[in-house]
Write a protein that binds this ligand. Structure first.
Ligand code: NI
Ligand code: MN
Length: 246
């Protein structure tokens, strides 16, 4: 059975780990805003438009670069780890808009018709600011659960870890955004194993590849690995700038 996005839900990939998810209620969630300096983002897609909620997985510039500006311009709410909250406030983001959270926690956003869970990720998380690197807290992933129960998982930057099985068991995402670029994250082989740990996931969107030449993992390699493992999980390959809607 082929996977289809829930009716009214749309997903835009800006390249790398940056996604805009518009919910059936019309709420717009921006994850890991990296647009202005993102070589994959088409020139006419550098502005994500209105944003209601910003989620940031970790402090690396390829995940946070445009967060201060977009947060200020859009007036969006943010849900971030406290160290990233402090950084954003130092850049002029209104602290009243920032929901602090940490791994294992879930925050309801009833006004948006969803809740957000911060999950584990294994990576690093320093924030580059000029010639200094600040502690940015630990890297994370997110599960967003909509009011109809549909949930998706954005893994952030991470290696493979078997507790992804717990993320599936507890939060039951049907869709997962997984890094496949290798070098700084999982490559296709590890991501294919991640899909098997994520037993509730019926479709995976590969990310964090192709942005720079050193991110060598490809969706084709992921598809081959999944086929070799006998997986029936679908791979949804977006083009940078592409929007798909259910
Ligand atoms: Ni990173
Ligand atoms: Mn990254």
């Amino acid at each position: 059975m082929s996977f289809s996005l829930p009716q009214g839900l749309s997903i835009t990939w800006f390249g790398h780990a940056t996604f805009l998810i518009q919910t059936p209620r019309g709420k717009r969630i921006l994850i890991d805003p990296f647009l202005s300096g993102n070589p994959s983002t088409p020139a006419d897609k550098k502005d994500p438009g209105p944003v209601d909620l910003i989620l940031i997985t970790h402090g690396h510039s390829d995940h946070i670069l445009d967060a201060p500006e977009i947060a200020k311009k859009s007036g969006a709410q943010l849900a971030v780890i406290p160290e990233i909250a402090a950084y954003l406030q130092s850049k002029g983001v209104d602290g009243g808009k920032i929901a602090h959270m940490n791994k294992g926690g879930t925050i309801p956003f009833p006004e948006f018709g969803l809740h957000v869970t911060m999950t584990n990720a294994f990576h690093s998380g320093g924030i580059n600011d000029g010639d200094q690197v600040f502690y940015g807290g630990e890297p994370s992933g997110f599960v967003v659960t909509l009011e109809d129960g549909f949930a998706f998982y954005h893994a952030g930057d991470t290696c493979l870890f078997s507790d992804m099985a717990l993320i599936a068991e507890f939060y039951r995402p049907a869709l997962a955004f997984l890094p496949i670029g290798d070098r700084f994250t999982m490559g296709p082989r590890e991501a294919a194993r991640a899909v098997r740990f994520l037993s509730t996931v019926r479709a995976v969107v590969p990310m964090h590849y192709g942005t720079f030449p050193i991110l060598t993992g490809t969706p084709e390699a992921l598809i081959r690995e999944l086929e070799a493992a006998g997986s029936t999980t679908e791979v949804l390959v977006f083009q940078p700038g592409e929007t798909r809607a259910g």
